[in-house]
Ligand binder design. Structure first.
Ligand code: NAG
Ligand code: NAG
Length: 177
């Protein structure tokens, strides 16, 4: 049901992903933490459309201007990682519209994440940022947000976009920021 190309960026970029469910790699242990959230903030003046894709594909979520989509970081037993796919076009996931993909993999109490585009750049000409607030004990939480990825013109910048933070961190992707 889910074309394999949807998984390719995740599998090729995230080093700890296990592509085959039958592998003997032990399951990741995230039990000692309270995972944070991936939040997509729509600062555009028009809606954006979001699907959360792992071994299943969520329904389409319509996020109006100024609103958020948010999910708790989780690990998928089959795909490992999760791809949050974003378009500016209704049903865009199914019509080959430009997508921006925030992919993450929660494994061993860390979140690996990456931002990429396929089929074009839905936010070309607009600013896109990924900010992180470190979570969890020790640091006292409530820390300052740090921008870990910035696309000034809404198109991917050169080099690897893969980042890693503690699994209790909060990640906020802002479009039209
Ligand atoms: C959206 O998420 C951000 C970051 O977590 C938060 O500061 C903001 O209050 C949220 N906005 C809405 C409308 O929920
Ligand atoms: C949201 O977009 C407006 C323009 O529509 C801009 O002035 C503002 O700085 C943006 N805010 C954030 C937090 O990205």
């Amino acid at each position: 049901m889910k074309p394999i190309y949807l998984l390719t960026p995740l599998l090729s970029l995230l080093p700890l992903t296990t592509p085959h469910p039958t592998t003997t790699t032990p399951p990741p242990d995230n039990k000692a933490i309270t995972p944070g959230h991936a939040t997509i903030h729509n600062n555009c003046t028009t809606p954006i459309y979001i699907w959360s894709v792992s071994s299943t594909t969520s329904p389409q979520y319509t996020i109006p201007a100024t609103q958020n989509y948010s999910e708790i970081f989780h690990h998928d037993a089959q795909t490992g990682g999760v791809s949050i796919k974003i378009t500016t076009v209704r049903n865009g996931l199914y019509t080959g519209s430009p997508q921006m993909i925030f992919a993450y993999n929660l494994v061993n109490e860390q979140v690996w994440f990456d931002l990429s585009d396929v089929f074009g750049d839905p936010f070309r000409g607009r600013r896109v940022t990924v900010g992180v607030v470190a979570g969890g004990g020790g640091g006292g939480g409530g820390g300052e947000e740090k921008e870990m990825i910035v696309w000034e013109d809404g198109v991917p910048v050169g080099g690897s976009q893969v980042r890693v933070i503690g699994g209790e961190g909060e990640v906020v992707v802002r479009v039209c920021a």
